[in-house]
Every structure is written in structure tokens, then in C-alpha cells.
Design a protein around this ligand. Structure first.
Ligand code: HEM
Length: 145
């Protein structure tokens, strides 16, 4: 089981040791890479239509979609391609250029909720994923604004 509180004490979302576990990873149990790609693709469909969020993202959403998918795949126990390509996630730092206030947080989570719902995961897995996403989203707020 992965701890949704796996945000380290300096506020960065990080991965936690799971390689010692012999049980199936969360990544495998929810269907592997294709599940995370579906999640992120649906999420970005929401972002593409969002007046607040869309301007924050690069014009070409494709590479952003890829970065986010690779991050989640790695976080949940799949291949570590994200860090091979991008280094340590340092997510709070990477979000500094963007104004992540309460409104952005709410919009982000709204699109994510739709995407999670459409995966139709078993209740336990869905709760684990959602707890993580809500906790991580709150930790990304960097502006009162
Ligand atoms: C709370 C609201 C959030 C907003 C408004 C937001 C916004 C953004 C924006 C504008 C980017 C740049 C897109 C790109 O070029 O890749 C980005 C990147 C990214 N975000 Fe967020 N984000 C939020 C929360 C989160 C959360 C909760 C996570 C993790 C669970 C996350 C993970 C990522 C990752 C992995 C990247 C790419 C980092 C890289 O450059 O390698 N974001 N985000």
C-alpha cells in the first residue's frame, strides 16, 4: 500500500520505497501504464477547455501530458522513465513559475475528479489515488491570490 501522505517534509511530492515490497504494485493492480495514460489524457482534455488553467500550460499540451503521465507512472511503482528524463521531481519547485492559488487548485482537482471517475477503478484503489491527488494538489498551492 502506498502512503498518500508521501510528500516529504520539505513539501515536495516524492516517491517512497516500494521496491522492498513483494506484493503487486499499485501501478500493476490498476492496469499499468494504459490506466495512467487514460487518466492524464482525460485530465488534459479538461485543462484544454479551462479558461483559468489553459493559459498556464504550454501551447502544445502533448509534451506536458507526457511529463505528467510519466511522473504518475513512476510514483505508483511503474517504470522510472520520468526521473531518467527529468531528474528529481521537485514538484513544488517546478510549480513556482505558475500561480497556483485556491481557484487554480480547485479547477485542477475538478478536471482530475472527472478523469478519475472515468477510470471506474475499484473503490479502494480509487480512494487511494484520490487521497494522494488531493493531498498533492493542496501541497502545490503557492499563492494566496
Ligand atoms: C494544484 C494545481 C496545479 C496546477 C495549477 C498545476 C499546473 C501545472 C503547470 C502549468 C505545469 C506545466 C506544464 C508542463 O509544461 O509540463 C505543471 C507541470 C507538472 N505538474 Fe502540475 N499543477 C498542479 C498540481 C499538480 C499536482 C498535484 C501534481 C502531482 C500529483 C502535478 C504534477 C505535475 C508534473 C509532474 C508536471 C511536469 C513537471 C516537469 O516539468 O517535469 N501538478 N503543472
Amino acid at each position: 500500500m502506498y502512503d498518500p501522505r508521501a510528500v516529504c517534509d520539505h513539501g515536495q511530492v516524492t516517491e517512497i520505497g516500494r521496491e522492498t515490497l513483494s506484493e503487486e504494485t499499485f501501478f500493476d493492480s490498476v492496469g499499468g501504464e494504459s490506466t495512467f495514460r487514460r487518466l492524464v489524457h482525460r485530465f488534459y482534455q479538461g485543462v484544454a477547455e479551462d479558461e483559468l488553467l489553459r493559459p498556464m500550460y504550454p501551447e502544445d499540451l502533448g509534451p506536458a501530458e507526457e511529463r505528467f503521465a510519466l511522473f504518475l507512472i513512476q510514483y505508483w511503482g511503474g517504470p522510472r522513465t520520468y526521473s531518467e528524463e527529468r531528474g528529481h521531481p521537485r514538484l513544488r519547485m517546478r510549480h513556482v513559475p505558475f500561480k497556483v492559488d485556491r481557484a487554480a487548485h480547485d479547477a485542477w482537482l475538478r478536471h482530475m475528479r472527472t478523469a478519475v471517475d472515468e477510470l471506474a477503478l475499484p473503490a479502494d484503489a480509487e480512494r487511494q489515488l484520490w487521497d494522494y491527488l488531493t493531498y498533492a494538489a493542496a501541497s502545490m498551492i503557492n499563492s494566496a491570490g
